[in-house]
Write a protein that binds this ligand. Structure first.
Ligand code: 5GP
Length: 202
């Protein structure tokens, strides 16, 4: 059976990656990987739906046991992609979407170069600030940290296969769908070429 496609979506905090992923899942048949994190739930967030919320001790134990596909420290908290569910779904031919930060994406790139790497770009930094503040649930210090990191993160765009500007949500979702569709149509031998050559420039 043909393996599913691993789609990695990153971008600075507040770019609307999460919203794009949710909308995308209404339109494509794929599995969204649920990450584990040590950060506290935001208002409305549900255990097992948005994240598996845990403490640092359990997170580190899971990491030591090799239970993560990738994991990283982001804004002072730990985040990781549980390995088994993602690999199992891919083996069954399902497409899997990872919404993770740039450090995690680069780890996945090393381990799984045949994945598709998409960077979501905010329309502007001013718009990004507005979106992060509107979301609520975080201290002014944490908001400032997210914003200062956003600028630095934009440099990672070059390391991805595709960049999608989230100006209009429907358009951005259409763009991601088009990328997934095109990747499925890609000639298999070319996919293997990418796999063999690797795509990371050190
Ligand atoms: P948030 O706290 O806003 O939900 O997420 C903060 C950042 O962590 C976002 O950039 C998000 O993409 C990233 N993130 C979420 N889950 C994971 C994960 O499993 N691994 C990594 N490396 N980053 C993650």
């Amino acid at each position: 059976m043909e393996k599913g496609l691993l789609v990695v979506i990153s971008g600075p905090s507040g770019t609307g990656k999460g919203t794009i992923c949710r909308e995308l899942l209404k339109r494509v048949d794929a599995t969204l990987s649920i990450s584990m994190t040590t950060r506290a739930p935001r208002p409305g967030e549900k255990e097992g739906r948005h994240y598996y919320f845990t403490d640092r001790e359990r997170f580190e134990a899971h990491a030591r046991a090799g239970g993560f596909f990738e994991h990283a420290e982001v804004y002072g908290e730990r985040y990781g992609t549980p390995k088994e569910p993602a690999l199992e779904a891919l083996a069954k031919g399902r497409d899997v979407i990872l919404e993770i930060d740039t450090q995690g994406a680069m780890q996945v790139r090393e381990a799984y170069p045949e994945g598709v790497f998409i960077f979501v770009v905010p329309p502007s930094l001013a718009e990004l600030k507005r979106r992060i503040e509107k979301r609520g649930g975080e201290s002014p210090e944490k908001i400032a940290l997210r914003l200062s990191k956003a600028e630095g993160e934009m440099a990672y765009r070059e390391k991805y296969d595709y960049a999608v500007v989230n100006d209009k949500l429907a358009r951005a979702v259409d763009d991601v769908r088009a990328i997934i569709r095109a990747e499925h149509l890609k000639v298999e031998s070319n996919r293997r070429k990418k796999d063999a050559a690797g795509t990371v420039d050190h």
